[in-house]
Design a protein around this ligand. Structure first.
Ligand code: ZN
Length: 272
């Protein structure tokens, strides 16, 4: 499933594709959303934002369309007079005279009237990307009472903690912060809490800019030049079971936490 940074990149692409031109087409395969969208034709395109792994299309009167790609949803761009031949179910269309943004296969699409909300939006925690939160803000969030007693290996997948962090970011953030999945926020001193906040901030934005590469940018570039495959230089530890840790040369281990695979270097990330 795409994580927050991937959806943030998609949101930027949709926004660029639509620009500021009036909508020439706005339609949805789900009738209630379709009816609400139909009256938007001729008006300005929505502002496209993300909340974690969800994408929101916000119209200027406060009405929003909520979409969640889940496993299969995919945004595709095309000329407005041409539909790509995908074999997928077309679920949502937004077009201007220049470009179409097409959402295929997503099953979660909902219309939210002005002033209304959606259960997902209620549950979502801090979204570092769309909120523009800095390191101090994130460190304060991590220290909140409701999170203090939960192990980071579980907490980091909870969308009510940091919306948009998914499975690869969980392993990468813990490695960057030199923390074990067993650490709880209450085990951390101020400096460790700040390191964790900095790791979250750095890696989420790095992933947006690089298209999902979380490894140190210089190292990733060198390894790429040396002929390494993307999947081997992309991450610090994620999907690198039994390979050498880039920091200490020890073996990266694969474990399971919250039912998902987690990778870590036991030497660089000792248990508390
Ligand atoms: Zn190591």
């Amino acid at each position: 499933m795409p994580e927050g940074p991937e959806m943030y990149r998609v949101a930027r692409r949709i926004q660029r594709a639509l620009g500021r031109r009036p909508l020439t087409e706005a339609a949805c395969a789900f009738p209630d959303v379709d009816r609400a969208l139909a009256v938007r034709v001729g008006g300005p395109p929505p502002e496209v934002t993300t909340l974690g792994k969800a994408l929101l299309l916000a119209f200027d009167d406060g009405a929003r369309v909520y979409t969640h790609n889940q496993l299969y949803g995919r945004w595709i761009f095309s000329d407005p007079d041409r539909r790509p031949d995908t074999g997928r179910q077309l679920r949502l269309v937004l077009s201007t005279e220049r470009k179409s943004a097409l959402l295929y296969s997503a099953s979660e699409i909902a219309w939210i009237d002005p002033g209304e909300t959606h259960p997902f939006l209620e549950r979502a925690g801090l979204d570092v990307l769309s909120s523009g939160a800095g390191v101090d803000w994130i460190a304060g969030w991590i220290g909140r009472d409701e999170f203090r007693r939960r192990q980071l290996g579980h907490l980091l997948l909870d969308q009510g903690f940091l919306a948009g962090v998914g499975n690869y970011l969980r392993s990468e953030i813990l490695f960057e912060a030199c923390l074990s999945p067993k650490h709880r926020p209450l085990d951390l001193d101020d400096e460790q809490r700040r390191d964790l906040a900095e790791a979250v901030h750095t890696l989420m934005w790095r992933s947006v800019e690089t298209g999902g590469i979380t490894n140190d940018p210089e190292r990733a570039e060198q390894l790429k030049k040396a002929g390494w495959r993307r999947r081997d230089y992309r991450h610090y530890v994620f999907s690198r079971a039994d390979q050498a840790c880039f920091a200490c040369d020890g073996a990266v281990e694969k474990i399971e936490v919250s039912g998902r695979r987690l990778y870590r270097c036991p030497a660089c990330q000792p248990d508390p």
